[in-house]
Design a protein around this ligand. Structure first.
Ligand code: AKG
Length: 302
């Protein structure tokens, strides 16, 4: 514990991402967060998209989520699933278990297993999907600035023996930047038994339960109403943008595993992304012509 605190203190001193991350987390009140985000966004480059997505942006702001049709083709899905099925991942809460191929070789006690940054950037189609023009138009309208792709991740959620909700399987708000939005893509079919994502629409704009911690379903139902909890099931390829400052969780799967790919778009870079770019725009199958600013965390310019 002491060692963890010391290492975080050192990071805050030496890495600007950590200072920004922890200082915005102290702003709890929703209107104050909005004001601070508007101020920051006005100092960032603007995005000039060509597609009018104003209705979708309004929906995302209001409801907190937006489903996107036909984002991933079935060929893309197949190759992404194949890639993540033959690369190793790890349980972030049980590092002593080491790396393994999931879901087949995942230890019984593992709930979720994440792929390392170096693996995700090598996965087919991820950069192309992250830079989809429709997504960038909605995201930049939502952020009110040119976005930064600050974290790309993928993970398996697995049925496990204890059946309990652990970590992000309990309701929580993400406080990843002063303004941010996440893209979720299901790479396997997700029904009630395979760990659907849950969200409380509108909660991202409500100034209640702003202490950063995990919450019981009962507390969320009391604060927002029992019928306010939405469960997102869908076939492989289902994709949605979500402002995860709103309450959300991943239900622990009971029968089948879930593979999910996710992108964090934020105003600034994040402590979760790589320390330096791991690839180059236009090289090794990475499309040329993508925006160097938006992609600067993962990719250097050509
Ligand atoms: O697994 C899920 O659906 C929840 C993920 C989550 O909590 C997050 O990405 O912040």
């Amino acid at each position: 514990m002491l060692q963890q605190k010391l290492s975080r203190g050192l990071k805050i001193l030496t890495d600007r991402r950590y200072r920004q991350f922890y200082s915005q987390r102290r702003i709890r009140d929703v209107p104050s967060r909005e004001r601070a985000a508007d101020g920051l966004a006005s100092r960032l480059p603007a995005f000039s998209g060509t597609i009018d997505m104003s209705d979708q942006i309004a929906t995302l702001k209001d409801r907190g989520y937006l489903f996107l049709d036909n984002l991933i083709s079935s060929d893309q899905l197949q190759s992404m699933r194949a890639f993540f099925s033959e690369n190793k991942c790890a349980d972030p809460y049980r590092p002593e278990l080491g790396q393994f191929i999931a879901p087949g070789r995942a230890p019984q006690q593992t709930h979720v297993a994440f792929f390392p940054n170096e693996t995700v950037i090598r996965a087919p189609h991820v950069v192309q999907i992250a830079n989809d023009p429709r997504i960038l138009s909605v995201v930049s309208g939502f952020l009110r600035a040119k976005p930064t792709i600050s974290y790309m991740t993928a993970w398996w959620s697995m049925p496990n023996r204890d059946g309990k909700a652990e970590q992000a399987e309990q309701f929580h708000r993400d406080v990843d930047d002063i303004r941010f939005v996440k893209l979720f893509c299901y790479l396997t079919d997700v029904d009630e038994t395979s760990g659907p994502h849950m969200f409380v629409p509108g909660s991202q704009n409500v100034n209640k339960l702003t202490t950063i911690r995990r919450y019981e379903d009962r507390e969320i139902a009391e604060a927002f109403g029992a019928d306010s909890l939405c469960t997102f099931t869908g076939k492989a390829g289902t994709a949605f943008l979500e402002n995860t400052y709103g309450f959300h969780r991943g239900v622990p799967p009971t029968a089948k595993p879930r593979l999910l790919f996710q992108i964090l778009y934020s105003l600034r870079n994040s402590i979760y992304g790589p320390d330096k770019p791991a690839g180059q725009i236009g090289a090794d199958g990475i499309p040329s012509g993508i925006d160097p600013f938006i992609n600067r965390v993962y990719l250097s310019a050509n």
